[in-house]
Design a protein. Structure first.
Lengths: 426, 180
């Protein structure tokens, strides 16, 4: 088909054309070819209007028209820029072709199979616009082009091409250059203009940087949005479970429910909103109060700091805080008159507890439990009170410190008994 | 007093496991050591122990309750005995704290017991040697039989200060007593 027939003509064709010819887009030329062909979208290489950055190069690439098996452009180097694809023949450096991104409609990728010569990227092309610059092929029957990557590299190329297409940078440059071109069609706009040219370039540079940055942040905000969706989802499920209350007493359901209930800080306090100073920690302390108040009431009023840490971060889901942040925030609990306070046991164990919880009161409770049980170790208390063994031991030690119970330290372990030394009279 | 000696029973604490762990709480510990002190003195009283070997005492039933599988370890036995020393009921024989005198009665109490014995056995106005008091045939049935010489002397000094006895020197050594 086309390529083979025209191959000799291609070689003869001058590669450097007259500037008025080369500038794209330019004034309408004679339209000799039909619109619905592939190869004819290619045009001869012309220097770019402004600096072009080569995003990716792949060697040993062939260009094929439609489904054709043969081509005049079997081996060359393919370069991708933000505006176009440039193909340069390996054996004839003067034979260079370009395909502008504005002509690409859709891109497909096919991996290398056993029978193919390499990975393929198939470009579905838009109709040829009027005034398309001349190319190697006047007419083509196909509406697509294949790039065959004989030495691989199609994946990266494909990704970057999609990226370049989505940015549509040529729209801006083409509009500016077309307006410039209408005035001085021979001189590329950015080349001239002294100070104004420099200024323009600076503005372009600035715009590009700005675009890159905002794009990067767009990704971030998408992530956060998704996390928010998760939190919302958990809320919906919680609601649904609440409505279903009474229908199922499944242990699993209850447990799941309790997990979900402990989720859900929809607007977490972050360093970006409150800085890193005292205000941040005070706000965080407020959040800790909101999140932990209910669980604390449920678990008897005291919780070790590691447990509190897990609960806070599970509730936040994103924007996790560090243990140090938690500790600092807990130290602010008193400053904000929170109903929760931090307490440090003599042994150095940090806990958060309800302000209403009094040490002597818990000591009484613990002593009573020991009395009921006859004797108890930390494990037993933990099981009865549904608290962690660490906390149970602290409670026992606290009760011992006020003389409510006494210890029996033997090979069997550390057990505690009601303090008969002080209560029993002979 | 004699009834006590005859029917020695361990106190309730002896069957209370925490009794065998020295308590960290100061108030509780004070109470516990007090109980231990009383138990040790009662036990020594009941068994007429004046001089105790610490190792032997540690291994005795006093510090071992086989029923509840608890024992007071050696270090804590010393804690108890040191406590008794602070109450002037124990005197260490050696620096290594291997042996001690156990004063389960105060010199005043001994003074009463000894004077009572002298009175009821017709020894008033007669001289009795220390040896006779400590290991003589006449005192075998008495609680002070086998008493430490120093403890005896202290008791007799109490009597002397009350003018109820006079310590007699034999060959320049305090060796006898005349009950008045």
């Amino acid at each position: 088909m086309g390529p083979r027939r025209h191959s000799s003509a291609v070689r003869l064709r001058p590669t450097v054309v007259h500037p008025s010819f080369s500038l794209w887009p330019c004034k309408p030329q004679q339209v000799r070819f039909e619109d619905y062909y592939g190869m004819n979208r290619l045009s001869w290489y012309t220097p770019a209007e402004s600096m072009e950055e080569i995003l990716r190069q792949a060697g040993n690439v062939g260009i094929y028209d439609g489904d054709a098996k043969q081509s005049a452009f079997e081996q060359g180097t393919l370069s991708l820029t933000l505006q176009r694809v440039i193909w340069a023949d390996s054996s004839d450096p003067d034979c260079r072709l370009i395909l502008h991104h504005s002509l690409i409609d859709k891109v497909e990728r096919h991996h290398k199979s056993m029978f193919s010569r390499g990975g393929k990227v198939i470009l579905h092309l838009k109709p040829t616009p009027p005034g398309h610059p001349p190319g190697p092929v006047a007419a083509s029957a196909a509406n697509s082009l294949r790039f065959i990557f004989k030495s691989g590299g199609e994946d990266d190329f494909y990704k970057l091409l999609l990226d370049a297409l989505s940015r549509q940078t040529w729209k801006r440059t083409s509009s500016s250059s077309s307006s410039a071109g209408s005035r001085t069609s021979h001189v590329p706009s950015t080349r001239g203009g002294g100070i104004s040219g420099i200024e323009k370039r600076l503005v372009d540079q600035h715009n590009k940087t700005h675009e890159n940055i905002s794009q990067a942040f767009e990704d971030m905000s998408k992530l956060v949005e998704q996390a928010k969706e998760m939190v919302n989802l958990s809320k919906t499920i919680t609601e649904r479970l609440r409505m279903k209350k009474g229908e199922s007493n499944d242990d699993e359901t209850t447990q799941f429910k309790s997990y979900l209930l402990s989720l859900g800080v929809s607007d977490p306090v972050t360093k970006t909103t409150f800085g890193t100073g005292a205000i941040y920690f005070e706000k965080l302390a407020q959040e800790i109060t909101d999140v932990l108040l209910k669980p604390l009431e449920e678990c008897g009023g005291t919780m070790t700091l590691p447990e509190a840490y897990c609960r806070i971060n599970r509730a936040r889901g994103v924007h996790l805080i560090s243990p140090e942040d938690l500790l600092n925030a807990c130290q602010k609990l008193d400053a904000i008159n929170s109903p929760i306070t931090m307490f440090v046991f003599d042994s150095g164990v940090n806990v958060v507890q309800l302000r209403s919880v009094r040490v002597d009161q818990t000591a009484d409770e613990t002593a009573q439990l020991v009395q009921q049980l006859g004797s108890a170790d930390a494990d037993k208390i933990a099981r009865h009170k549904l608290i962690s063994p660490v906390l149970a031991k602290e409670r026992l030690l606290a009760a011992e410190a006020v003389g409510k119970i006494c210890r029996d330290d033997s090979v069997e372990g550390l057990f505690f008994y009601p303090n008969l030394f002080l209560t029993q009279t002979n | 007093m004699t009834a006590d000696i005859m029917a020695f029973t361990f106190p309730w604490e002896y069957d209370f496991p925490p009794f065998f762990t020295i308590q960290p709480n100061a108030t509780t510990r004070e109470k516990q050591l007090e109980s231990w002190g009383q138990l040790v003195l009662h036990y020594c009283h009941a068994n007429n122990i004046f001089v105790a070997d610490v190792i032997a005492l540690s291994e005795s039933e006093l510090f071992n309750n086989k029923n509840i599988h608890r024992r007071l370890n050696h270090k804590d036995v010393l804690t108890v005995l040191d406590y008794l020393e602070s109450k002037k009921c124990v005197e260490w024989v050696d620096r290594q704290k291997k042996q001690c005198h156990i004063h389960w009665q105060t010199p005043e109490q001994w003074a009463e017991v000894i004077h009572g014995w002298a009175r009821s056995n017709g020894f008033i106005n007669s001289v009795v040697t220390f040896e006779d008091l400590i290991e003589g045939d006449d005192t075998v049935q008495e609680s002070f039989h086998g008493i430490n010489r120093l403890a005896l002397l202290k008791a007799l000094e109490v009597l002397q200060s009350n003018n109820r006895a006079a310590i007699v020197d034999i060959d320049g050594v305090q060796a006898g007593v005349k009950f008045l």
